[in-house]
Design a protein around this ligand. Structure first.
Ligand code: 4AZ
Length: 256
């Protein structure tokens, strides 16, 4: 996150930190952000898994309730192994624009139980398919990614920032991203380009408030650099995937 502030995990209790571990090494390496959408399911970006649903000997872990990436707070955190990775079959980066950048992780229950709701862990609401927000709507992003483009290290702490939704025709303008933007993407940024998602925030949430509740409208997907003028953050448009999420998780969700 560029231009944001350190955040309490209690303000983003659905945030998931995704780690992977190779066959040989014991170290868990931070991979991506995600969002808890039900007790056993995390929604994230497809491009976090370059080998698709095959994890090629890597084991994946999800930690919920995490404030600091390199410290463990046993009083707040819940960690699960990932039982299944479902990458969208039409995920496509052949045009360099991560179309259909969405994936689901199924958490492996411990003693029959996945995530338990606490002050630092809870699910985020999913918006209905027909919900469209006006351009300029203020939304918030959170993640453990870089604080500046070009840094070699991620943020040590969870950070948050505010971004405003851009109209699709603006984002598709040739001054912006032109024809890279598909119907499956939504762009957001600050009018002064001071706040943005950055490398390492991928897969994490962009939530927008509707009637005093936070809904997951976007998944951090891509952008040219971070906080560059006319290069807003590009997010997977979650409302295009309600059927896909229902089909793959068996969850159903309607009006709140
Ligand atoms: C990345 O490389 C990335 N400014 C994520 C988000 C943005 C740029 C790059 C948006 O994961």
């Amino acid at each position: 996150i560029v231009g944001g502030t350190v955040a309490a995990v209690e303000s983003h209790p659905w945030i998931a930190a995704i780690f992977w571990k190779g066959r040989q090494n014991t170290e868990r390496v931070f991979r991506c952000g995600g969002s808890l959408i039900s007790s056993c399911w995390v929604l994230t970006a497809a491009h976090c898994f370059p080998d698709g649903s095959k994890t090629m000997g890597h084991s994946l872990f999800v930690t919920l309730g995490k404030t600091a990436i390199n410290e463990t707070d046993v009083t707040k955190e819940q960690t699960f192994q990932v039982e299944e990775v479902i990458v969208h079959k039409e995920f496509d980066n052949s045009e360099g624009n991560f179309n259909n950048d969405i994936a689901l992780l199924k958490l492996q229950p411990i003693d029959g139980q996945c995530a338990e709701e606490t002050g630092s862990v809870r699910t985020v609401c999913l918006p209905a398919a027909n919900w469209a927000l006006r351009k300029g709507t203020s939304c918030e992003i959170a993640g453990y990614g870089k604080e500046k483009e070009g840094l070699w290290y991620n943020s040590q702490y969870l950070r948050e920032a505010k971004v405003a939704l851009l109209a699709r025709d603006v984002c598709s303008d040739k001054e912006y991203y032109g024809n890279m933007i598909t119907e499956n993407m939504v762009c957001a940024g600050k009018p002064d380009w001071s706040q943005d998602a950055c490398k390492g925030d991928s897969g994490g949430p962009m939530v927008c408030e509707v009637d005093n509740r936070m809904f997951l409208f976007g998944i951090v997907s891509w952008g040219e650099g971070c906080s560059r003028a006319f290069r807003p953050g590009v997010y997977t448009a979650v409302t295009n995937y309600n059927d896909w999420i229902e089909e793959n998780t068996g969850l159903s969700y309607g009006e709140p």
